[in-house]
Design a protein around this ligand. Structure first.
Ligand SMILES: [Zn+2]
Length: 269
């Protein structure tokens, strides 16, 4: 019903529903600003189950499995501000430019998302206004405030990837994702590759592009911040023990990056 009336965008999320943006450690002093576009898999009540079987809504197509635990633990360990988004990427993908076909997908891997087909006029806009806009507004505001305060800021977009996609197994444990930043990614890659137990993807399993990404191009590159995406394989962080382990590993590596940057007097912004 709300969908049919979606021109009134305020109807999509009821006042009693959980807000899309989750923040942790907003006063954190770390230069790393953490984001998690695919942190949650909630669906606004008005959208029901999106016409998708329940078993599909817990799979990787709906969210980045395991990244919530890693992001929260990492934010605590390195005293970093975390901004995360609680609603499913099947409702609206917060790492896609609005209007791109994958922004509100009608198919994800091999699953049809019936509730995303033939959207009523205004329905896509309603999802954007309720979920996408508040999330990205908070990231923009947080970066603005940091810049005003003269705080060094390095944007790190946290993601996780499915170990098998469309029947093809992925060998990497972790991948770095980047495009225009030539400062942070080589350093991060070098440190990750020094971890002898890891298979590290260099822009694998995905590469960042303006057409297929939003957070890195808009909040990182366009603002001249050092930035990287990080993708961790989901089977490694499926349980709290794995999440803790990976957060600790990343905390150690981020500490080394911070030291290297301060010693080499690399520009933060
Ligand atoms: Zn993701």
């Amino acid at each position: 019903m709300a969908l049919d009336n979606a021109a009134d965008t305020s109807l999509l999320l009821g006042k009693d529903e959980v807000p899309p943006v989750l923040e942790q450690n907003a006063q954190g002093r770390s230069p790393f600003l953490l984001t998690a576009d695919h942190y949650g898999r909630m669906i606004p009540r008005a959208l029901g189950d999106l016409g998708v079987p329940a078993g599909e809504l817990t799979r990787h197509i709906a969210w980045d499995i395991g990244i919530a635990g890693v992001a929260e633990a990492l934010s605590k360990q390195i005293d970093a501000h975390l901004i995360a988004q609680r609603y499913s990427r099947l409702v609206i993908d917060c790492n896609r430019p609005p209007g791109a076909p994958s922004s509100i997908p009608v198919m994800s891997e091999a699953t049809a998302i019936a509730g995303n087909e033939n959207l009523a006029p205004g329905a896509a806009e309603a999802r954007r206004v309720a979920i996408f806009d508040p999330y990205h507004r908070r990231i923009t505001e947080a970066i603005d405030a940091r810049l005003r305060a003269g705080m060094p800021t390095v944007l790190v977009a946290l993601h996780s990837f499915t170990p098998v996609y469309a029947g093809v197994a992925r060998p990497w444990h972790i991948g770095t994702l980047y495009h225009r930043d030539t400062r942070l990614p080589p350093l991060l890659l070098r440190l990750l590759r020094a971890e002898t137990d890891l298979v590290v993807g260099d822009n694998e399993p995905y590469a960042v592009s303006d057409a297929t990404d939003y957070g890195i191009p808009v909040h990182g590159e366009a603002r001249g911040l050092m930035n990287t995406g990080i993708e961790i394989r989901q089977d490694l962080i499926a349980d709290p023990a794995g999440q803790k382990q990976w957060a600790a590993r990343l905390a150690r590596i981020f500490g080394e990056i911070e030291t290297a940057m301060r010693t080499q007097k690399l520009f933060w912004i």
